[in-house]
Design a protein around this ligand. Structure first.
Ligand code: ISL
Ligand code: CA
Length: 584
């Protein structure tokens, strides 16, 4: 009988609505257009901290090449490489001196090609970091621009006369001090939202835009699969340069971001460059809000594909303060960023090179719960709706670093804001305490490969930033040897997600958004539903489930290899327990 029904169905499908079938294949229930970059899991590499191949204590591209098999065995689809370009490293590469040259410490263009081909040979794509809101002040463009008002490159940057001996206005830099620096023979000031060695480019200048399009084509013609675009929402400057009021000064990003010509610039870049390649673009929409971010990623606007939303990852953050936050608060932010209309596609991440370690912020990095909560966060990251971004080291549960003094830090943001923080009444001790919760350098300590000297990151006896003293226990080798490790849990989840349209495209529904301890949601696909239940607390909890989940099968959990079926609607969850069920 069943077989007869199938035949009839096939005939109907074949005859009646051929187009419909393709249409069905192409879209899920809510008409999402399928795109390869919606189905990928991206692994971010911070090259300075990944693997050193020549013993100078600084990570480099040959070091990454030596770990391509490791990345392949993990099962990620795309590598996002933080800036690898020639740079004097005022902000660790986010200050580019030559956009067509590889940073000396990192290697050569040949090394870059070897990395690209090595990844492609294993079916892994590579996106690079496009830092085009600002350049280095050592870039020849700026050297020319600074040399005189009449220099043809003058207008590649934003110069303004000061007021008597003061800068043009009271705008602050994100890295402390004024956003203006006086330079050159004419005594004018140039704008720098970040460090003095990161002058902002003037996107109003057509010729500059053409030059940027050219350097983008340089890398795309090499076969690079796309760009992560640094602070892309800042490239169109405000038209009015009046002083900010106190509110404005607290969050200058809201004044600096989403200037009047941003859409025009992104559309032009798309038309002139991006539309000519099958690539992915993800913008760092720092300074935006949901509505504005959705405009630049709406597929109907032909600007960029994806954007990083910072609300969830920065829950509880108030500048340099990491305040307490509640799970319902976090869940509502996650819901907001995944509940986008069908012309948009979310991104999901919990960490990167600008934020503390995920297990230390969102999990519990104590010896008792570090492994269990790291696995729970793996399940959260890999069952969310949106293109997922992982950060190097989270797949082995690396934690924040125990900083005890300021000279252990490297980050320009921390050093640059020291005076301001102290002047605002904070003490060095409390600033250090804050930094031990939210400093960017937590994410930048060298990758921990083994329990040997310097965690196997380098064969040398020094590293550019301290190795976390917990490396003898927390390292890749230990993870590879233990099949119940965090690494192998990530690998299993990546396997479950790969090519799984129900989990990738399925609708997202939080089923207990006000629950103080449990994060539980469903992913409702075309022909299968997944139920994710996460106890994000260190105490046991009984969690009630709707009857409709009876019969769902447990396919993976972070405590044991149990694969039971839901028989009754009360689950007793251990501390930091995570379960993934699928419908029958
Ligand atoms: O992450 C931040 C807060 O902790 C911001 O400080 C950060 O500067 C902002 O998100 C923009 O970040 C990007 O541009 C910066 C660079 O320092 C960051 O590493 C990069 O991700 C300037 O290029
Ligand atoms: Ca090196």
């Amino acid at each position: 009988m069943k077989f007869k029904l199938l035949i009839i169905l096939a005939i109907i499908l074949n005859t009646g609505c051929k187009q419909d079938t393709t249409k069905d294949i192409e879209t899920t229930k809510n008409e999402i257009k399928k795109e390869w970059w919606k189905e990928q899991v991206v692994y971010q590499i911070y090259p300075r901290s990944f693997k050193d191949s020549n013993g100078d204590g600084i990570g480099d591209i040959p070091g990454i090449i030596s770990k391509i098999d490791y990345l392949d065995s993990l099962g990620i689809d795309v590598v996002w490489l933080s800036p690898h370009f020639d740079s004097p490293n005022a902000d660790n590469g986010y200050d580019i001196r030559d956009y067509r040259k590889v940073m000396e410490e990192f290697g050569t263009l040949e090394d870059f090609d070897t990395l690209l081909n090595g990844l492609h040979d294993r079916g892994i794509k590579l996106i690079i970091d496009l830092v085009i809101n600002h350049s280095s002040d050592e870039h020849k463009w700026f050297q020319e621009s600074m040399s005189s008002k009449d220099n043809p490159y003058r207008d590649y940057y934003i110069w303004k006369p000061g007021k008597e001996t003061n800068p043009p206005n009271n705008w602050p830099s994100f890295f402390g001090g004024s956003a203006w620096e006086q330079a050159g023979p004419d005594g004018e000031y140039y704008l720098h939202y970040f460090a003095k060695k990161q002058p902002d480019l003037n996107w109003e200048n057509q010729q500059l835009r053409e030059e940027i399009y050219e350097l983008m084509r340089f890398w795309l013609d090499k076969g690079v699969d796309g760009f992560r675009m640094d602070v892309i929402a800042l490239i169109s400057k405000p038209q009015n340069f009046d002083d900010m009021d106190n509110e404005g000064l607290k969050h200058p990003e809201y004044t600096y971001a989403y200037g009047p010509r941003l859409h025009e610039f992104l559309k032009d870049m798309n038309k002139e460059v991006l539309s000519k390649y099958d690539v992915m673009t993800v913008g760092e929409a720092y300074g935006g809000n949901a509505e504005k971010t959705l405009e630049i990623t709406d597929e109907r606007n032909n600007e960029i594909d994806l954007a990083f939303w910072f609300d969830a990852v920065r829950v509880g953050r108030d500048n340099f303060k990491q305040n307490e936050w509640t799970l319902p608060e976090f869940k509502k932010l996650v819901k907001a960023q995944s509940d986008v209309n069908s012309h948009n596609w979310p991104t999901f991440f919990l960490g990167n090179h600008d934020n503390p370690r995920v297990v230390s912020k969102f999990g519990d990095d104590s010896p008792e719960f570090r492994v269990t909560s790291s696995k729970l966060l793996a399940m959260l990251l890999l069952t969310q709706r949106g293109t997922t971004f992982l950060y190097q080291g989270d797949e082995i549960g690396m934690t924040n670093y125990p900083f005890t003094s300021f000279d252990q830090f490297d980050d320009v943001e921390i050093k640059g804001n020291y005076n301001k923080i102290i002047a605002s009444g904070s003490t060095p001790e409390s600033y250090l305490a804050d930094l031990n919760k939210m400093a960017r350098d937590h994410a930048r300590t060298p990758m921990q490969w083994s329990n040997t000297n310097k965690a196997g990151f380098t064969s040398g006896d020094k590293t550019w930033l301290g190795v976390n003293p917990n490396y003898p226990e927390i390292n890749v080798n230990n993870n590879l040897q233990d099949k119940h490790s965090i690494f192998h849990f990530y690998r299993r989840l990546l396997n479950i997600r790969k090519g799984n349209d129900n989990l990738i495209y399925g609708d997202y529904k939080d089923i207990a958004i006000d629950h103080p301890q449990v994060f539980a949601y469903t992913r409702i696909g075309k022909n299968k539903t997944y139920l994710v239940v996460l106890n994000m607390s260190k105490s046991m909890v009984d969690f009630s489930l709707d009857n409709k989940f009876k019969g769902y099968n447990l396919i993976i959990n972070n405590l044991n290899d149990d694969t039971t079926t839901i028989e009754h609607n009360k689950l007793t969850l251990q501390p930091w327990e995570a379960r993934l069920y699928e419908s029958n």
